[in-house]
Each structure stands twice: as C-alpha cells, then as structure tokens.
Ligand binder design. Sequence first.
Ligand code: NDP
Length: 390
Amino acid sequence: MTKRVTILGATGSIGENTLDIIRRAEAGTYQVVALTANQNAEALAAHAKDFNAEFVALADPTHAKQLEALLQGMKIEIGIGPNALIEAAKRQADFTMAAIIGAAGLEPTLAAVAQGNHVGLANKECLVCAGEPFMAAVRESGAVLLPVDSEHNAIFQVLESDQPKGVKRLILTASGGPFREKTLEDLQTVTRENALNHPVWSMGAKISIDSATLMNKGLELIEASYLFNRPSAEIDVIVHPQSIIHSMVEYIDGSVLAQLGSPDMRTPIAYALGWPARIAAPVERLDFTQISQLTFFAPDLVKFPALRLAREALEAGGCAPCVLNAANEQAVAAFLAGRIQFLDIARIVEATLEREGRSRQFSCAPHDVAAIIATDASARRTADDHIVTL
Ligand code: NDP
C-alpha cells in the first residue's frame, strides 16, 4: 500500500535526507502529500516538482511570488504564511516528518500529532519547550511518535518499553562537537566557520552550533526525559567521539543495550519512515575490523556550560526548558549573524534563565500552546536585551 508522507521542513538537512530515502524506494511506495519551508522557495518548488507533491507551504510571505512563479501551470496547491504550515500538517498523511528547526515547529507538529498517525520527530525544540502538553497531545490522539534524533532513535530501538521498572538509566552519547579538544581560552576566539565544521555529522546551521556548545546534548537530555518519561537523575550524558554507539539503555540486571551504526541520519530517518518494518537506507556499513577503538569520557561542564544549564532547566521544570530554548535560539542566531562571540551564547542563556526565573520562579508549567508562545516570546525579548548590552 502506498504510504502518504508529509515533510515539515522539507528543504533542511533532515527534510532532504528523508526525500533521498523516498527517491530511492520502489515507485508507488510513497506519495508525497505536503512539503513545507520557511524562505527557500527555489528548493521547495524543485522538491514539489520532483516528488509530485499535492501541497506546498512557505512560511515567509516575502518569497510567495517567487514560489508561485516557479510552480505556475503545475497542479500543486500553494499555501503561504505560518497557517499554511498547519494546513500542510493537517492534510491526511500516514507519516509526517517533523523537521522544522526551532520552536517554530511546535504548532505544525502538534497539528500533525492531532491526526493520530505516525509522526517522525526530529524537531527536538518543540518537545523541549512544550514537553508535557506535547506528550499529552500524543496520548490523546493516539499518534505514534517515532524519535528521529539519532540518540533517541537508538534508545527507542533498544528500550524494552513494556519493562519500565527494569530500566536503570538512559545513556545519551555525544560526539563532543568540533571543540572537544580546545581549551577554554581557545574558545574565546573560535569563529562561526569553526563552529559550523562538525567533525562527524553533516547537519543544518543551528544544530551544528548547538553541537559545538553542547546545548544540543542539553536539549536532547530534556527531549529524552519527556519522550521516555525519565527524571534527569536517570539520564547520563557521555562523550563518545567516534559516534558509532548512538545511545544506550542500562537495565537493573547490569545489561547495557546499545544501537550502533555509521553516523548518517538516514538510518534513524529510515527507521521512523518504515516503522514497524525495517527499510533500506543507503548508508555506509560498519566494518568492525576497521574500528580500532571506541572511547568514552565525561563531558566538561566548565568548557561547555550549556549542558549544565539544560540539566538545571530540566530539574527546575515548569517553563524553564522553554526559556532555555528560546534564549538559545536568539543567541545562536546572533552568533551566526556575527553579533556575539561563541562563549556569549551560554552567557546569554544563563542570564535569561536568571532574569526570567526571578520574575516567574518557573512555577508556571505552561499547559497550553498560547501560554508556551507567551513564555517563549518573553524569553526571546530578555535574551535580545542581553545580546544588545554585551
Ligand atoms: P535545517 O536548518 O537544515 O532546516 C530547517 C527546515 O525548517 C528548513 O526546511 C527551513 O526552511 C525550515 N524552517 C526554518 N525556520 C522556519 C520557520 N520559522 N518556520 C517554518 N519553517 C522553518 O535544520 P535541520 O534539518 O538540521 O534540523 C531540523 C530539526 O531536526 C531540528 O529541530 C534539529 O534539532 C533536528 N535534528 C537535526 C539533525 C540533523 O542531522 N540535521 C539531527 C537530529 C535532529 P528554509 O530552508 O526555507 O529555511
């Protein structure tokens, strides 16, 4: 039977890797329902034509005319603006890949969840900023949430979810990013280009910076806590530079189950797209005779305070993870624009958490999307104040 697929964030790294797997499948395996992007009308139109999409949505209206011109004469419906993303997510699909970057993905992903079908979750930020209501929406609709983040996908694969009492801890692995071996002094002068140059994974710009600060691992810690219903104390982070083991679950009998593979996002994407069946992914196979060593060590929280801040936000609960995420998005954007230095990113996040925490005490567990959006907006304003005064 043909699987109807929607991709939210189709022009990004995860979106295009998903399309790559679809392209290689036998004709008739998939029908692309809807594709979305923010500004990149050219790539969106090209993908829509290549995959014969039924509907395309572009969030940023300033590129609407370009998209309309590119798709003129084609039988592809076009939607413009943030509501069009939600419309895309509401179109009947068997599988939706949620791969918009940042909190902007929250409402479209919730709309996809409300359909009650399969949702591949790459967009970790929406779970970080709205963990409890997001998981409540999943339970309510009966949607099957399939983690795409490689670590969470690994845990999903090895977690005996019918044995929750048998689990002792989740162990998230981290590559350590491009600055793993740099000193704190070196980090004062690293550039945007250095930070974008990840040694193992090929990813979009924002997540590459998050990997360099280790905020990515912090966001993943929060994501894992909500996805697998585990407190902070039962989730460890360990640096594993080879990125062969994608994460592990330790059980109370001392067994540790791990998922291994080449560092290529097409493996977890294929797992989510095909679930519950396994489907082929065009990734390099592991050759164990060529893997000379697998090393592990504890993350350095002095050099990489973002990971500490994320754990503190998770433990503070309420709206603290939402504030952390919003401040980080603003700080990363400012760093990518050349407005702040690398080490300023975590400083801004910490200062924002402090100021927002003083006024809110983080006691406000945001229950609905409107409350989350208000918290997110307030935290962004606070972060922006810190950015301009640096
Ligand atoms: P990219 O930056 O490569 O792509 C992001 C996608 O989202 C693009 O299609 C982009 O459109 C769209 N987009 C950006 N801003 C908005 C907005 N305001 N409104 C609507 N759409 C928007 O991101 P990645 O593919 O790297 O990451 C996507 C998600 O997956 C993130 O949450 C990331 O953390 C997660 N993830 C990514 C991994 C990776 O290997 N890349 C690994 C694990 C998780 P446009 O092209 O027009 O800007």
